[in-house]
Design a protein around this ligand. Structure first.
Ligand SMILES: C[S@@+](CC[C@H](N)C(=O)[O-])C[C@H]1O[C@@H](n2cnc3c(N)ncnc32)[C@H](O)[C@@H]1O
Length: 205
């Protein structure tokens, strides 16, 4: 039963939920900074693809869910042949050290089982002058919200494909050896435990 939910229902729910029109301005801002050879981790159903600009040479999308890769493949048909989709995990990125210019992550670090390991992999494959562009939800600054985030996460992660509401995104990025050159935080419209956003750019230290 759980297998059917995770393999069939969840990828469709993810695709529908992530089409939320309130995410579009975040996607537009984050993707506007992309350039060169790009890897998007947890590309999901490919909802960022229309936002990539002309300075991008190639887009590699890494995604562990075969169902989401299938949906992303359809989205990639309109991307003028510059998209490659790879089934795999960000905890073991199948690229050489220092080989990529930009890494993109949008609402993905919450769901990766070992986010720290994934960020260490991101650090490894980025070129020294490369950049990590991100928008993620995570731990809020208010004690009451944070308390609810800690309380809800065990149940929430069971029904949402492993999503954690309480990850300290800024600290995780710093711990992986990055300096944030730009960071904006704040609540989006919606229930506070789910909507504290971290949006920005980080570069290898
Ligand atoms: C909330 S969805 C966001 C999808 C997409 N980034 C977007 O903005 O629409 C979270 C994504 O993280 C992916 N994910 C989960 N574990 C992962 C891992 N170990 N490596 C890479 N992606 C992962 C999920 O399969 C899913 O596509």
């Amino acid at each position: 039963m759980m297998g059917f939910y995770n393999d069939v229902v969840l990828p469709r729910l993810c695709h529908m939920a992530m089409r939320n029109r309130h995410f579009a301005p975040y996607r537009r801002r984050v993707l506007s900074g992309t350039q060169g050879e790009v890897l998007e981790i947890g590309i999901g159903s490919g909802l960022n693809l229309p936002f990539y600009g002309p300075h991008v040479r190639a887009i590699h999308g890494l995604e562990p869910s075969p169902q989401l890769v299938r949906i992303a493949r359809r989205a990639a048909e309109h991307s003028a042949g510059r998209v490659t989709l790879i089934e795999g995990s960000a905890e073991a990125i199948p690229f050489d050290d220092k080989s990529l210019d930009t890494i993109v992550t949008t609402w993905t670090l919450c769901s990766i089982p070992h986010a720290g390991r994934a960020l260490a992999e991101v650090r490894r494959v980025l070129k020294p002058g490369g950049q990590l562009l991100f928008v993620e939800h995570g731990l809020g600054p208010d004690a009451t919200v944070a308390q609810w985030q800690h309380r809800l996460t065990p149940l929430w992660s069971q029904v949402s494909g492993g999503c954690h509401l309480d990850r300290p995104i800024q600290a995780l990025i710093a711990q992986a050896g990055f300096d944030c050159t730009h960071l904006e935080t704040g609540y989006m419209k919606g229930p506070k435990p789910m909507t504290y956003m971290y949006e920005g750019r980080a570069v290898p230290k």
